[in-house]
Ligand binder design. Structure first.
Ligand code: FE
Length: 250
């Protein structure tokens, strides 16, 4: 297996490149429009063929590179079926995993940050990886006050679907704002100040209600574009109208 964790600094987004070492087929999880050139260079350098772009959810803080990658490489655009996007080529859900060569990405329905959010489990000999999107961040989680977010739903997703995984499962989030790269399920269960440490549902709901976060800077451009898989027609206009800036909490 080939694995790369790639970072986009304006939105502090991690894009994950995962490829089958035998077939050289690859998937990019949560690719960002601004870093499509870098991603293509990494694919070329490693001799990989991009088979899919795959999203954890409809992002509010950046525009996906999905349809740009499709037009440049011929890859298929994969989304959670629950997002209901007509622009997607492949719809995944818990009973329809994504196969990339010999690798299987198992979707886990983890709503709460958005109502259609999915995480992806990748099991390989010696390592279980979970790509948690914005459901579970290192020492944090995505916000729950937009996109049909729901704090009790997120609490349930994390506790039932993610914290129930083996403690040594590696947690790869969609964002980190403090240059951390990876965590484990055990570490988040024990240390996550919002969801771990034995926090109750009521405590979590109160924490999320009191976050007092600013309005997401790019949401008004990013969400409409992402509902079109990155809005390939006219995407330059969408990008030009939104100055980049740091956006926290996914
Ligand atoms: Fe998000």
């Amino acid at each position: 297996m080939i694995f790369r964790q790639l970072f986009e600094q304006e939105s502090s987004t991690y894009t994950y490149l995962i490829a089958c070492g035998d077939t050289k087929r690859a998937v990019l999880i949560d690719p960002v429009l601004e870093t499509v050139g870098r991603d293509l260079a990494v694919l070329a350098e490693l001799g990989l063929e991009l088979e899919y772009s795959l999203e954890t959810h409809i992002h509010a803080d950046h525009i996906t590179a999905a349809c740009r990658l499709r037009s440049l490489t011929g890859c298929k655009v994969a989304y959670p079926e629950t997002d209901g996007l007509a622009c997607a080529d492949v719809l995944v859900n818990e009973v329809n995993p994504l196969q990339v060569g010999a690798l299987t990405l198992q979707p886990l329905f983890t709503p709460g940050h958005t109502d259609a959010h999915h995480s992806y489990l990748l099991e390989r000999p010696g390592a279980l990886r979970i790509f948690t999107g914005d459901a579970l961040l290192i020492d944090g989680c995505g916000r729950t006050d937009f996109q049909n977010g729901d704090a009790p739903a997120l609490y349930g997703s994390v506790h039932e679907k993610l914290f129930s995984l083996p403690g040594d499962a590696l947690v790869y989030p969609a964002h980190d704002y403090e240059h951390r790269h990876v965590s484990t399920v055990a570490q988040e269960r024990e240390r996550n100040p919002r969801l771990g440490r034995g926090r109750t549902l009521d405590e979590f709901v109160e924490i999320m209600a009191k976050l007092n976060l600013p309005y997401p800077k790019r949401i008004d451009a990013a969400v409409p574009a992402n509902l079109l898989c990155g809005a390939c027609p006219g995407e330059e206009q969408a990008i030009a109208s939104e100055p980049p800036g740091p956006s926290r909490q996914g």
